[in-house]
Design a binder for this molecule. Structure first.
Ligand SMILES: NC(=O)c1ccc[n+]([C@@H]2O[C@H](COP(=O)([O-])OP(=O)(O)OC[C@H]3O[C@@H](n4cnc5c(N)ncnc54)[C@H](OP(=O)(O)O)[C@@H]3O)[C@@H](O)[C@H]2O)c1
Length: 335
């Protein structure tokens, strides 16, 4: 195939005219270099995308770039022999919308090193409902299991449970055999969270986990999108040798804790950084997500679908803490 015609992209600028983002027409040779050219079918909206799209967080490290940290589509051409035209592939993180053009465009040019063949058992649409959020929740599960987290240790507390990472963590950990206790600021969605597998739903506005250095150990472990005081409290409430996976900062980036959970109970605080995960781990996680960890309710978790033009409408509500499930971005044909 020759070069595709000009195509549409949601592009982010920061220059003398200020920080701005919107739809533009681009040519393929204007995209960041890469071996694998794909025609995009879907992307998704993550918290990081909302920060990047509005300029409310320093996500992009160079300008201009196309937004979108997730992308899935079909290969148009590849100079790397691992991929050929027509292959279904995906990429999450790996510098997209940070140092390289991202997935909010009808075409993307990817580094082969970070391109993953769509595993059997997942459609492109399902892969992007999962996206970075599902990948990150699954990375937490992988790291916790590697550090001897077992269901017998007790329930896994999941904060930010109605958000993308939280909802997928509830579904994935439940699927993997763990009891999950969803902690959410939106008690009106308790029934929905139970349907995803949550054994209990706790209202974070009325949750009293205590403030002592060690509290009653009510959780076997935790998957935390909140940070701040909630993360500190979870550490104090975790069973001996349980793991707390720190994923996000929806409540804040500060962590004021004591060493007591670590030195008395052997609790581990695991850092989860999805963007630069090594390729072998990345492939293993996508295999799990396509099989034994695949949530049965992906269609329900996808609560909204927008096209490129609809992107600006979803960013502000997300940054305001109003997320509910995953927003899929439909960009092109998926067959
Ligand atoms: N480490 C990584 O690799 C990685 C990857 C993906 C995301 N993240 C981070 O993980 C977090 C969640 O991302 P996401 O894409 O799932 O975002 P999201 O869909 O917007 O979900 C965030 C959720 O956090 C909860 N929340 C909001 N304000 C809160 C507060 N003040 N205190 C406690 N909880 C609050 C809300 O759930 P409830 O109302 O149900 O409580 C909200 O739905 C973000 O901080 C993001 O940057 C990190």
């Amino acid at each position: 195939m020759g070069s595709p015609p000009d195509f549409r992209a949601f592009r982010i600028h920061n220059d003398d005219a200020g920080y701005r983002a919107g739809i533009e027409s681009l040519r393929l040779d204007e995209l960041s270099p890469g071996e694998v050219v794909i025609q995009t079918a879907y992307s998704a909206v993550n918290y990081k995308d909302a920060l990047a799209g509005t300029g409310k967080g320093k996500i992009l490290r160079r300008f201009p770039l196309n937004g979108g940290i997730d992308v899935a589509g079909h290969v148009v051409r590849s100079s790397d022999p691992r991929f050929k035209a027509g292959d279904a592939v995906l990429c999450t993180g790996c510098g997209l919308s940070e140092t390289r053009d991202g997935g909010y465009a009808e075409y993307a040019r990817l580094k082969a090193e970070w391109t993953i063949a769509l595993p059997a058992g997942l459609s492109l649409r399902e892969a992007m409902i999962l996206g970075t959020a599902g990948f990150t929740a699954a990375l937490a599960l992988l790291r916790m299991r590697d550090n001897r987290q077992v269901p017998e240790l007790g329930p896994i507390a999941v904060t930010g449970a109605t958000g993308g990472v939280g909802m997928l963590a509830v579904a994935i950990f439940s699927r993997a055999g763990f009891d999950t206790h969803a902690i959410s600021g939106k008690p009106e969605h308790a029934g929905f969270l139970r349907a995803l597998g949550a054994r209990e739903v706790l209202d974070r506005h009325h949750l009293d986990l205590g403030t002592r250095a060690l509290e009653s150990a009510r959780f076997g472990g935790a998957v935390d999108s909140a940070g701040g005081a909630l993360l500190a409290q979870l550490l104090a409430c975790t069973q001996p040798y349980g793991n707390v996976a720190s994923i996000g900062l929806a409540a804040g980036s500060k962590l004021a804790t004591t060493v007591m959970p670590f030195i008395i109970r052997g609790v581990s605080l695991l850092g989860i950084a999805s963007a630069g995960t090594a390729r072998d781990i990345r492939e293993a996680i996508w295999q799990h997500l396509a099989s034994d960890w695949k949530p049965a309710q992906l269609d329900r978790i996808c609560t909204r679908e927008v096209d490129l033009d609809g992107l600006p409408t979803v960013f502000e509500p997300m940054l305001g803490g109003h997320s509910f499930g995953r927003t899929l971005v439909r960009i092109g044909a998926d067959a």
